[in-house]
Design a binder for this molecule. Sequence first.
Ligand code: TK8
Length: 340
Amino acid sequence: MTSLRRTFTAACAAAALCASFGALAQDIKPRLIRFGYGLNEQSNQGRAAKVFADAVEKGSGGKMKIRAVGAAALGSDVQMQQALMGGAQEMMVGSTATLVGITKEMALWDTPFLISNAKEADILLDGPIGEKIKAKLQEKGLVGLVYWENGFRNLTNSKRAVAKMEDLDGVKLRVMQNNIYLDSFKMLGANAVPMAFSELFSALETNTVDGQENPFNTILSSKFYEVQKYLTVTNHVYSPWIVMVSKKYWDQLSKAEQKVLMDAAKVSRDFERKDTREEASKALADLKAKGMQINELNVSEASRMRNKLTRVYAQIGTSVGMDLWIETQNELMRIRGQGK
Ligand code: TK8
């Protein structure tokens, strides 16, 4: 072969390779999906976000890629919800409590003492009631995929051990941006202030607020024990997280792509609940070891608080509608009857 011919062949081969690589690169260009969440990477939320990302990558053969962004770097729950509705962000996981302004039926999950254990939570959330509420998001531009467990919420503060309702007097307490939480804690005597979770650590650190309420897992992963001395085991409400997709984005996906996201969301849900429950069962000992002073409410104080909080039930019934409220009570009776 002449040297000219050799060069020519090599150039052809390279060109062919480049051309086919170009086509290939276009084919496998992953759909990049931003998935925002509020807690740290080192949290139950962060761990499950990673499981979700891996499951999407695997399920799509690498064609869809999740960029999970924690610590509210894409915005607070409320800001992300707006971004999803507007189509500026693809996915998120966050509290259902901040969705109540958008879909009033979400208020069901704010009911104090509604759910008393993990089994009830899973059946209610994954069953027809949870599905019905989730479906309501669609008309607002959101697609709910699955519920994750945030968990049973407990009270912390830097002022004093809360052993009775009166101990909450004058305690400036951060609550989620949700009227039921706001009214509930006002009813209990606290000076409740709504605030985004993303601002909470520094608000506690600078004593802008004295206390907050969140599950043990979050108190641990967000290092609230560094700025909160007292923890009262109240378990006042079971709170879910919800994994959502922007409807604008969802509608651009093929059925197969939607299925990849849904299947991965279910994988992440099962992982997340197991992981959260394991962590929660050990977290109290961890928090004690970190120096928190922990107390449980005695039975009569717990029921005093409970009675006070049940007054918000009427407000919730109105918000979610009486049919759904009654359906929920019946479903809980059915689940509880099964256990006997
Ligand atoms: C994290 C929040 C958090 C929630 C809260 O973004 O705001 O207190 O419990 O988990 O969604």
